[in-house]
Design a binder for this molecule. Sequence first.
Ligand code: 3H9
Length: 707
Amino acid sequence: MSEVVSVSVIDDIAVVKVDRPPVNAIDQAIRAGLLKAFNELRSRPNVKAIVLGCAGQTFFAGADIKEFDTGIRPPAYHDVFRLIEDSPVPVVAAIHGTALGAGTEIALACHYRIADEGARLGLPELTLGIIPGAGGTQRMPRLIPLEAAADMMLSSKPMPASQAKELGLIDTIVKGNVVDGSIAYAKQLVSQGKGPRRTRELPVRGAENAAQIFADKAAQAAKIMRGRASPAKLLEALQAAAEKPFDEGLKVEKSISIELEKSIESRALRHLFFAEREARMIPGLSSRVQRRPVTSVGIVGAGTMGGGISMAFVNAGIPVTLLDVSQAALDAGLAKIRKNYERSVSRGSLMADQMESRMKLITPALDFSALGSADLVIEAVFEKMNLKKETFARLDQAAKPGAILGTNTSTLNIDEIAAMTKRPQDVIGLHFFSPANVMPLLEIVQARRTADDVLATAIEVAKTIRKVGVVAKVCYGFIGNRMMDPYGREAEHCLLEGATPEDVDSVLERFGMAMGILAVYDLAGVDIGHFTRLALGDVFEKDPTFYRPSAMLTERGWLGQKSGRGYYRYDNGKRVPDPEGIKLFHDEGKRMGVPQRKPSADEILERCLFALINEGARVLDEGIALRASDIDVVYTSGYGFPRYRGGPMFYADTVGLKKIYDRILEFQRTLDSRYWQPAPLLERLAKANSSFKQWQAEQATGRAAAS
Ligand code: 3H9
């Protein structure tokens, strides 16, 4: 038998076990092994039933995603799954861990499904821009109601075993070892004379309501998965299940799958799947570096950021000491945290007792000495250098030796902050994104003297609190905010040229950004960015048009949503255009001699995005980001860049670097040439007809050769 698939026979029950760490993702070796095993078992008359299970942490976590790039080599999923389904003796799937994608689909091809109590089953293919392509769209609605099947696939969320049992997806839940439980179940089947039960022979459940279900789901998908092609395609495949015989439906599923696998949407989402995992690997950082234990955390500052960060830790079961300078600030911070949890309770995503136990994990404090036992302390005070320095000097006194000292600064020089302590090796940037309990990104900023074990621990902490960690080096704004600077600069300049805030934001939102940049500034507070830029020194003297609208709004106290007016007006919270503001920007543009030319939608988009990408190329060249794909993770996890476009650097590759380079040269001629200088890396790659992806692969090869 193959190394990955083994067969043993216990009494008259055969156990086919797959062992392919880490997650038993189904690849060619598994398919070939299963084909061989199930073929051979046909010639063993003493075998009365078969149990299919997996070793390790989980049942199959799906198809091996890497194979979509390299091509799926035979045997095909359909052939293997049909062989299993056609077995003359009952086949029982023994499910533990997370059965996902083709993992759930193989279970559907088995005749019975048994799960342990902790198992979860899901069809998350849409998160990869594809549909269940191994029979899932045709078999699932034959086992569970059509609407539930559509919901499962559209949400991509795995369901717990208890729900799967209720819906009829699994037959029974066992306590303890699921393979042992499945063997006992198989013996029972044999003794009761029960034979195979083929899913494909069942009718689709709820097919009579198909038209209504599809209309509802299509409307829902268009709303929540804006810009995506795969959800509508999924519904097409499900519709085929409802309307056609099984084999015909399978053909529809197959042709849609092939089409989607090649789409940019799917390539982008697959790119991000691996990019998020690769971001944890730091070249030169040995996996043997001992992590420091982090079982308690101190947070300095109970404002919006400090509160959100506290929630991120207590949500992961890690106790937090939350410190602020006054009782009133602490009370307000705690009240806000409670209010956030109450909202989750009222939505049904959190139980009231869970809320109470999370609140109990937060200990308020007014004195730095309360932070003395914390393994990790994160400063989340206002973004002012003096305040940060003062806080770190106090932390140096209060924190225990070996504690990690993190700063949540979004722009400031962490080397300077670390120099306030006698232990700069313990200092690291931990840049959370607001709301910190929700946003997945954590920018981990390695300062000049940050120790390796501190960096390794921070990467692990990110995973523990379910954040996507990306490592950056120190510079103004690190990866994310630094790149945001030219992006916002172009958006603001367009206002002086005659565009309205709506013109700018609607273009960006149509591209797929979660929010237009000007609406984002209104949400975050227009003054925040303005004062950060002001602290940079002479930027406004060098160029009076630089972020001029933002400065004008701040001067007038039009600070965005919090003051009811910013780039837009807010009538009862509803964003509406502000003619007075629009006139203000245009008049100012004219006064400053900015040519009035009302840029087209295409130009607005290209200026914002190409400025972002150009800065990304500089960030890469300077080693601030380790990889182009890290930038993509930052932008899709923290800045609302559409995942289905893969992030700015992946998107740049799909546009073509030569085209972007040429356009930047054109902007250099027609716009402000001080800003429109192609980044050296972009220029090199464009001239070599290369891509960021290729460059990243070459860098990795170079590093491997050097080590
Ligand atoms: C599908 O099934 C299509 C079919 O319908 C049609 C076929 C025709 N493939 O996340 P982790 C690797 S589409 C390849 O850190 P965790 C991952 O890269 C698939 N590799 O662990 C990482 O490698 P490394 C549908 C995979 O415990 C390592 O395993 N299924 C795959 O936090 C550990 O991963 C999915 O979309 C894969 N399918 O989470 C499930 N899965 O160590 C995708 C994982 O080198 N997977 N790897 O960085 C997951 O959601 C999570 O990995 C899982 C474990 C929950 C399983």
